[in-house]
Write a new protein. Structure first.
Length: 349
């Protein structure tokens, strides 16, 4: 009887694994298609042949089939913006999936530990001081890390359920920094500084350039690599600390590494784009519906879908109207209704 059951279950497992691989492959293809389409979309069109030619021309000189204006637009505006959208979307979705597995809570998002509010406070301080956009991003990144450090420090000194204490400490510290942002808006110059702070809080990819990408890419690369390498351990974390111990995994140490890596990529993302919500909350849920709860497939699927989602939303943001819509507004318009649909579904995800 046991052999019969094993024979019956084996094709099911194999079919599920094959389906997961096909979904990941499909998401990778969708990402490439979206990136190529984004290169062509805009008020000044650039066809794929010209885009490829301009890239190859950086290595091997070619006879140009493009104008100088197209080259300037491509390298200074469109390509950096597309790359930043892909990186930020990938990082936010990955951080959301990692946090949800680590905290064993599907309602957790990348800003659960207050990184976004800390970054917002840092950016507000930099704007009040009249610093450059690069320094504003640096202040946002540093304050995001300070916020999470405070949360972990407070939770290490508190008693009770560790995960619950971490979440409560995150809510408390996030509220403090949110109050700081409100005060910064109160004392800001209404004609200049207040508008800059408000626009930063809404999130945008308008200021994308290769300098910003070079600044955050190493942090994003390291954080994403760590989380990708630990994706099977996140599976074990979802089973609980006792089960992890029986399998030879130090749950507390692994959880700290995952939190630090997810915090780094969240801070790196928020510091260059402002506050972009819902990506890290909704995308992992959608991927979980497609590939299941196995983090070996959920992690790559979330990275690919998050990158594609944010790129498509950014295309809509810059093309829907003559005045560009802040991307944080559009992600909320898309994410909130979809999440309401998810939590009201009768079928368990």
């Amino acid at each position: 009887m046991k052999n019969t059951e094993h024979t019956l279950n084996r094709p099911t497992v194999s079919a599920a694994a094959r389906r997961g691989r096909l979904v990941v492959l499909g998401l990778a293809i969708a990402l490439v298609v979206a990136a190529v389409a984004s290169l062509m979309l805009g008020r000044y069109p650039i066809d794929p042949g010209q885009a490829l030619g301009m890239l190859v021309n950086q290595i091997i000189p070619l006879d140009p089939t493009w104008t100088d204006q197209q080259a300037t637009l491509f390298f200074n505006v469109r390509l950096p913006r597309i790359l930043l959208a892909l990186l930020v979307g990938c990082c936010l979705a990955l951080a959301g999936a990692a946090y949800q597995g680590t905290f064993q809570n599907p309602l957790v998002s990348p800003d659960i530990l207050g990184a976004s509010q800390g970054a917002a406070f840092g950016a507000a301080v930099a704007i009040l001081l009249g610093l450059s956009s690069v320094m504003t991003s640096a202040f946002a990144f540093v304050f995001a890390l300070i916020t999470v450090f405070l949360v972990l420090l407070i939770s290490s000194r508190a008693r009770g359920n560790h995960m619950m204490v971490v979440v409560l400490a995150g809510i408390m510290v996030s509220s403090l920094f949110q109050a700081g942002v409100s005060y910064a808006k109160l004392v800001a110059d209404p004609t200049d500084e207040l508008a800059d702070i408000t626009y930063w809080l809404m999130g945008s990819l308008t200021g994308a350039n290769m300098g910003k990408i070079a600044m955050v890419f190493p942090v994003m690369l390291v954080g994403c690599a760590v989380l990708f390498a630990l994706r099977w351990r996140i599976n074990i974390l979802t089973m609980g600390d006792d089960e992890a111990a029986t399998m030879g995994v130090n749950a507390r140490r692994t959880r700290i590494v995952v939190i630090v890596a997810a915090t780094l990529i969240t801070a790196a993302s928020v510091c260059v784009t402002g506050m972009i919500g819902w990506v890290g909350l909704v995308i992992p849920h959608l991927c979980r519906m497609m590939v299941g709860a196995d983090y070996r497939k959920l992690i790559p699927a979330s990275m690919l879908m998050g990158a594609t989602f944010l790129l498509v939303v950014d295309d809509i943001a810059r093309l829907a109207t003559t005045a560009e819509i802040p991307i944080g507004i559009l992600t909320a318009f898309v994410g909130a209704p979809f999440f309401l649909y998810l939590i009201t579904r009768k079928k368990k995800i």
